[in-house]
Structure formats: structure tokens, C-alpha cells
Design a binder for this molecule. Structure first.
Ligand SMILES: N[C@@H](CCC(=O)N[C@@H](CS)C(=O)NCC(=O)O)C(=O)O
Length: 225
């Protein structure tokens, strides 16, 4: 039986960690958790003990280390194959794999200009054209997946899957930065925000006291509120 340990960053800020943590929890296996504080001198001396990439999240399964959030999701699917990770039908699977990869390697403006911060909340923001185009693409992805493949549940492919783990951090950003969404995309965002495992993560995030990022808007966003 696997004994998992997940090394993560601050729950309020570490978007990549959220993915790894959700996937570890999805296995249903017992998990120990080590939370390293981002942007502190001890982060690097500590993370070196666990990960050659020196980044969170890193998953340990006994003496096996897996780093990178997508690799962790993949590994968790391998050790808990009885859980739902991917849709079975070829068209849904192809779309799921494609948007999973698109999220992992894309959306640079959303990543850089809309940092995850679960304690923050904005309304009345206007985004640059380029940033808005990325947000529109995310909304289109949510809408297509929900309408084509999501009928069996509230998530992109029905029940909570690997793809929802991948998109969960971006969902929190849509909420934090008050992005206006269609009813279909909004219902998906609400499903993630109300998902019990995410609620556990968020409750812990709200108790954290560290401030990692300055509370100011990046240049790709204007506040008109
Ligand atoms: N591609 C990696 C990125 C991981 C990553 O950049 N993690 C950040 C925290 S959210 C980190 O460890 N930052 C510390 C640093 O880069 O010094 C993944 O998907 O896990």
C-alpha cells in the first residue's frame, strides 16, 4: 500500500501545489503533508531534501519522488486506477488530454498577471486585450466541455477528474479577479469552489498569515470599480 507525502507551498498562493494536493487526495490513500513557505530562506534548503527540481508540489511515495503537477496527477492516476481520472470515450478523452496540456503549458498572461490569492477579491476590473483573449479561451473550454461531455455531473467531464485538478487554480483566479462568465462557465466555477476537497484547502489557506505577493494589480489589468 502506498504511503504518500505531498510537499506543497502556501495554500493561499501556490497554484501548482493545489493541483498536486487535489490529485493526492483523489487517490483516497493516507497522505502526510509538508507545507514549505514560498519566498523564505528555508524554502530552498527544505525543498532540496525532496525534489531535484526544487519546486512544489512534489509527491513522495515511499522513496519514489514525483515532481511537476501534471506528472503528480498522472502518477496518482496510476496508483489509484479505481478512481475516475479521465473520460473513457475517445472524443472526450482527446479533448480532456488536449485541454489538460493546453492549461499546463499555456495561458502565460493569466499565470503572470492574475496570481492565485484566495484571500483577495476584486470587482470592476478591465483586462488588456491579450489577457481577455486568454480568459475568453478558458471560458470557451469550460463551455465546450460542459455541454459536450459533462452531462453526468457538475465538472468538465461529469465527475471530478484529472482535468478539473488541472483547472482548479485558474478557477480561483476567475473568482478572485471578478471575471464575468456565461451561466455555463459560472456553474462550473461554482462546482469547483464548492468541491469538498477544495473547501478543505481553502479553509486552511484562509488561516495562513504570510504575505507573499504585493497587493497591487499588474499592468495588464485596470481597476475601474
Ligand atoms: N511546472 C511546475 C511548476 C512548479 C512551480 O513553479 N512551483 C512554484 C510554486 S507555485 C515554486 O516551487 N516556486 C519556487 C521557485 O521557483 O523558486 C509544476 O507544474 O509543478
Amino acid at each position: 500500500m502506498s504511503h504518500l507525502k505531498i510537499i506543497i507551498g502556501n495554500k493561499n498562493y501556490s497554484s501548482w501545489s493545489l493541483r498536486g494536493w487535489l490529485s493526492a487526495h483523489h487517490t483516497g490513500l493516507a497522505i502526510d503533508e509538508v507545507c514549505l513557505k514560498l519566498d523564505t530562506p528555508s524554502f530552498y534548503s527544505e525543498i532540496e531534501k525532496y525534489s531535484p527540481a526544487r519546486k512544489v508540489p512534489t509527491l513522495l511515495d515511499g522513496d519514489i519522488a514525483v515532481w511537476d503537477s501534471a506528472a503528480i496527477i498522472d502518477y496518482c492516476a496510476k496508483i489509484a486506477p479505481e478512481k475516475y481520472w479521465w473520460p473513457a470515450e475517445k472524443p472526450a478523452y482527446a479533448y480532456a488530454r488536449s485541454i489538460f496540456g493546453e492549461m499546463h503549458s499555456g495561458f502565460p498572461l493569466v499565470r503572470n498577471h492574475m496570481p492565485m490569492n484566495l484571500k483577495d477579491r476584486w470587482q470592476g476590473l478591465v483586462f488588456s486585450k491579450a489577457l481577455q483573449a486568454e480568459l475568453d479561451r478558458i471560458e470557451a473550454i469550460f463551455t465546450h466541455a460542459r455541454l459536450e461531455y459533462g452531462a453526468d455531473g457538475a465538472f468538465l467531464f461529469g465527475a471530478f477528474s484529472a482535468v478539473d485538478m488541472m483547472f482548479a487554480p485558474v478557477v480561483t483566479r476567475l473568482e478572485t479577479y471578478g471575471v464575468t462568465l456565461s451561466a455555463t462557465a459560472r456553474s462550473y466555477v461554482d462546482a469547483i469552489l464548492n468541491y469538498p476537497a477544495f473547501q478543505v484547502w481553502k479553509s486552511a489557506a484562509l488561516l495562513e498569515s504570510e504575505i507573499v505577493e504585493a497587493d497591487q494589480l499588474p499592468y495588464d489589468i485596470k481597476y475601474l470599480g
